[in-house]
Design a protein around this ligand. Structure first.
Ligand SMILES: [Zn+2]
Length: 232
């Protein structure tokens, strides 16, 4: 009888331990990133080559067939996340010559980040396994100009606009006493660098994926006149 009690205790204890172990690993699993389609370096190469095709007007003609559309209906594995400006002249799919399902795009004026933007990026990093984030600004950015013009005070036009330029202001502080650069290129680069840095300080998911070495953040600037994307 005593033996049976010991056996029962061991079995019960083992089960508790086992179920706790399962629960712990399940918890861990939810924080584990999906395996990405390609490495960050490969994704970057796709974009660099895509922009060369765009500039040279040598566009791809694949990736838009009915078969491609149907293939993507069951899921997506975009190779890059692109955070860029909403400006109608800078659509990432066009200027990187990328097709359906290839890049996960978030666009806001001045590529401003708020919790929705961060959550969108976190989703792609955690659940789609994307290993590259590109923060892309552009020359003559209206949001950067608006932030510059209100750097020493002033109203951007609405509470939402004031919030947006207010987030850009710290990234432009060093320009407060300088004349604006040609096409606000220097200021736009500074904003891009600030956004890239803020992505890791404002998101633990992005920060830990960057620290693991898998996720890279690249900085880019699009030139409206030439169609060329510069990288930093
Ligand atoms: Zn812009």
């Amino acid at each position: 009888m005593k033996f049976l009690a010991v056996v029962l205790f061991v079995i019960t204890f083992s089960n508790v331990e086992a179920s706790e172990h399962v629960a712990a690993s399940a918890h861990k699993e939810t924080h584990k990133r999906e395996i990405g389609p390609v490495t960050a370096d490969t994704a970057l190469r796709y974009l660099v080559n895509g922009n060369k095709r765009f500039v040279g007007k040598q566009f791809r003609n694949d990736g838009v067939s009915t078969k491609d559309i149907q293939k993507l209906a069951s899921g997506q594995k975009p190779h890059a996340i692109v955070l860029s400006c909403s400006d109608s002249r800078v659509p990432p799919e066009v200027l990187f010559d990328q097709k359906l399902g290839e890049i996960f795009v978030i666009r806001t004026a001045g590529q401003a980040i708020d919790s929705s933007v961060l959550a969108s990026i976190e989703y792609a990093v955690s659940h789609l396994g994307t290993n590259l984030i590109v923060v892309m600004g552009h020359e003559s950015c209206g949001a950067v100009k608006a932030a510059l013009s209100t750097l020493n005070g002033g109203d951007a036009g609405s509470p939402s606009l004031n919030k947006l330029v207010g987030d850009i202001h710290p990234r432009l502080k060093r320009f407060s006493r300088l004349p604006a650069s040609a096409n606000v290129v220097d200021e736009s680069w500074s904003n891009v660098e600030g956004v890239a840095a803020d992505l890791t300080t404002r998101s633990e998911i992005i920060q830990s994926a960057v620290e693991s070495g898998e996720l890279h953040i690249e900085k880019a600037l699009y030139h409206l006149g030439s169609g060329v994307v510069d990288w930093k």
